[in-house]
Design a protein around this ligand. Structure first.
Ligand SMILES: Nc1ncnc2c1ncn2[C@@H]1O[C@H](COP(=O)(O)OP(=O)(O)OP(=O)(O)O)[C@@H](O)[C@H]1O
Length: 404
């Protein structure tokens, strides 16, 4: 199983330029997480900080008990071996064929025999559908094949954490769909922890278990996918819908009054923007998550995630809670003792007679942006191994009778 990555209070600057500050999140072991954010908000800097290529000034990145921001070079070197990284362009050596490119980390970092190297390289090439292309040079193949070759190379040292920097960049929508299926299939096969940086909303809506977003030098939110996909936070809605109207401007951010006026006009027009052009098919709301291809094992992370998310359900906004409960089978609802607002416990299942109390109505006003951090719901069940969704929009308070 992949390892957990714990990020606490992380801040990174270059000279006087603060890239982001006080970023706190957990990448749960084996789960797939996506990090969104407008261009220039420091997503690549974040990936480089996780793998120890950049050292943030404040905060921690803890992996297997090692804080890689403060550890010795030797510990950092050892911890880096847990990572596989798929860089945007695949980062292949142009003069080497695909076999040698993929074999490179094995020859550099292990003492494996050439026979072992060959076995491993061919196994990984098969996993990404590149068998037969061993002798091709990177310049002779398509962008999609280069990505898959980069992925095979990221896999050869059997990483426990894989970072993907815009895996969809430069690919057509069909190739993105194939790559997304490949990512889910790999996760089912190796159960490593995945973090994907992407601008592709279709990817963000269908691939991950968790989604986070960077904006204005902070992490706007991070948590189960249902939270961000149902969020009414203006910056999140604008991003998911690929709209011009909202806090995100041409270069980075807009004047708050202008953003508010645009949003008011948008709402007055029924909330649609005919000129919107979301990359990868945008929109809010929850769509089904991509499942592993037939014949592959079920994702072990999916079951672990279910347990984890049910443990923090009471900290989530009502819309996200409803969506999570609606995604459960009757059996799972009985097991967890929860029912959607409209559902009743199935008769004769022996289900608990005291279902989790669900508020029947709530105030769905979006929080003005920038948000007031005091409004965040910090999960009352926070603790080791328990993720906490940061929820800018929730006015919801736990009610008497809610289970913890
Ligand atoms: N080594 C560096 N030295 C100085 N500034 C840097 C360095 N690396 C990144 N930056 C700055 O950090 C900011 C964030 O860059 P980054 O590439 O992480 O953004 P991003 O969110 O990944 O953008 P995009 O979505 O366009 O790829 C940019 O202003 C960039 O110029």
């Amino acid at each position: 199983m992949g390892v957990e990555v714990v990020v606490e209070g992380l801040s990174k600057s270059f000279g006087k330029q603060t890239i982001w500050q006080d970023v706190t999140l957990n990448l749960p072991p084996g789960e797939i997480s996506v990090l969104l954010g407008p261009s220039g908000t420091g997503k690549s800097v974040f990936l480089k900080s996780l793998v120890g290529l950049l050292r943030p000034e404040r905060g921690k990145v803890v992996i297997n008990g090692v804080d890689i921001c403060r550890c010795s070079e030797h510990k950092l070197y050892e911890t880096r071996k847990l990572f596989g990284v798929l860089f945007q362009d695949g980062a292949l050596f142009g003069s080497m064929d695909l076999f040698d490119n993929i074999a490179f980390p094995l020859r550099e970092h292990t003492r494996k025999t050439e026979a072992e190297v060959r076995r491993i390289v061919l196994e990984k090439m098969e996993m990404v559908g590149l068998i037969g292309a061993e002798k091709k040079l990177p310049g002779e193949i398509s962008g999609g094949m280069r990505k898959r070759a980069g992925l095979a190379r990221a896999l050869v040292l059997d990483p426990e954490i894989i970072l993907f920097d815009e895996p969809d960049s430069g690919l057509d929508p069909v190739r993105v769909a194939y790559l997304n299926q490949l990512i889910v299939d790999l996760n089912a096969q190796i159960d490593a922890t995945f973090l994907i940086v992407t601008h592709d909303i279709g990817t963000a809506r269908t691939v991950p278990d968790n989604i986070g977003m960077l904006f204005r030098r902070e992490l706007v939110m991070f948590g189960p996918r249902e939270v961000l996909l149902t969020s009414t936070e203006p910056v999140v809605e604008q991003f998911l819908n690929g709209r011009r109207q909202g806090p995100i401007g041409m270069s980075e951010e807009k004047d708050a009054a202008q953003a508010a006026a645009e949003l008011a006009e948008l709402r007055a027009n029924g909330g649609t923007d005919v000129l919107g052009g979301p990359k990868g098919g945008g929109g809010t709301g929850i769509v089904p998550q991509i499942q592993p291809s037939p014949g592959l094992p079920v994702r072990q992370a999916a079951d672990r995630r279910k347990q984890r998310v049910m443990g923090i359900l009471h900290t989530l906004p009502p819309v996200a809670r409803e969506a999570i409960i609606a995604s459960l089978t009757d059996e799972e609802r009985a097991r967890f003792g929860v029912y959607a607002a409209s559902a009743r416990p199935p008769r004769g299942t022996g289900a608990r007679t005291q279902p989790m109390a669900m508020p029947t109505s709530y105030d769905s006003r979006p929080t003005p942006y920038p948000r007031n951090p005091a409004q965040d719901v910090q999960g009352p069940v926070a603790g080791p191994g328990v993720d906490v969704a940061r929820l800018p929009e929730s006015d919801w308070q736990r009610e008497r009778g809610d289970r913890t």
